[in-house]
Design a protein around this ligand. Sequence first.
Ligand code: GLU
Length: 465
Amino acid sequence: MSDLRVRFAPSPTGYLHIGGARTALFNYLLAQKEKGTFVLRIEDTDVARSTQESVDAILQAMDWLGLSYDEGPFYQSDRFDLYKEKVQQLLDEGKAYRCYCTAEELEAKREAALKSGGKPKYDGTCRDRQDVPEGQPYVVRFRSPEEGVTEFNDRIKGKISFQNNELDDVIIQRTDGTPTYNFVVVVDDATMNITLVLRGDDHINNTPRQILMYQALGYSVPEFGHVPMILGADKSRLSKRHGATSVMAYKEMGYLPEAMVNYLVRLGWSFGDEEIFSLAELIEKFSLENVGRSAGVFNPDKLLWLNAHYIKTGDPVRLGQLLQEFLQKDGIDTAAGPELTAVVKTLQDRAKTLVEMAQGAAFYFKPEVEFEPAAVEKFLTADKRPVLESVMRHLDSIDVWNETTIEAAFGAVMEETGLKLGKIGPSVRVALVGGTTSPGIFDVLAVLGKEASLKRLQTALARLG
Ligand code: GLU
């Protein structure tokens, strides 16, 4: 075990987003690589927007991606007493103060500041207020230093400094008594002994405020690393306009978790010009030094390409289990059909997603061939009777049914009819499958088995009239 302690701290206000998943992955990989500890913390202080459904969705997505954590999930909603105590500590030490300014007053101050060209920052009206207005609602603000500089050495972006006078006196406790993000994140990261806060760079402006709070609370300050955002093709922040942004939506669309992991890691991290990484390789090779400083652009084509790669090279037994779910969703009963593993093997080279594979596999399992009229019109014409009969006869005489014996049977058909395979194959395919696209017909015949194959050919022959 090393001393490294990292965390992923999602807010359960929706599904696990591509960007969040990448942050989780980077933390996971770093912890694995350095034999540190990966903590999961659910940031549910915003009670109105947090839901159990979102918590479940996030946990499920992490599980699907294989991002296991060593500690947690911890819930901020279980820790309100601790936060209260820490707010009180800052109040007692004069490092925070009660602010009684009303929303209207604050809005008026903001407008006035903007008008005079200043920053719309809290003007400090209540900073040194001594009276305690009875029954009046208040927030608690952190007393930010008026001078000096707060800086940190970002593990990804290098040295970053902020002038303290640019920083607002942030609200750490709302009028309803609930603490705010910037405060609880500090209390949690400190009390959970996080040594490196690795998160999206949308939080970079929060970091100096948080550092000041660590100091005010007497905690040691962790290291920080801010991972650049993910953008859409038009270089605006990745959003639904660019396609699905939920990790689990990709599962539904027939993506494999290893493709998603491989894709996510390359959005911002590189290792020479290598593209394909298993999780084990990533654990060995990942480092923050190779995380880029500029934003990654989400490229759905590349994700699809990786998915096709993992389908092509995947274990057919496992793919068969996954495929079954997709077939079931399409209402297809696989119980009576051929072996799923054998079916998968005929489709691995062709299907880019499990959804495509399920579409391509459906014909194996449907009790009746669904004929496409155009294919029938072209390839199941009356003049095909002699050749289909010849095919049936030679297939029927096979004892040991496999691709080699099937190929030999077609050799005999070609000899008998004087036709090339290109003239025979398409009709056989339409007879077996109903349409003109499918895996190679020898494969299809081998997988369907002798009885089902002959039955399909027989049905097609009957249609010839
Ligand atoms: N809960 C915050 C979010 O989901 C993360 C905060 C952090 O990583 O510090 O954006």
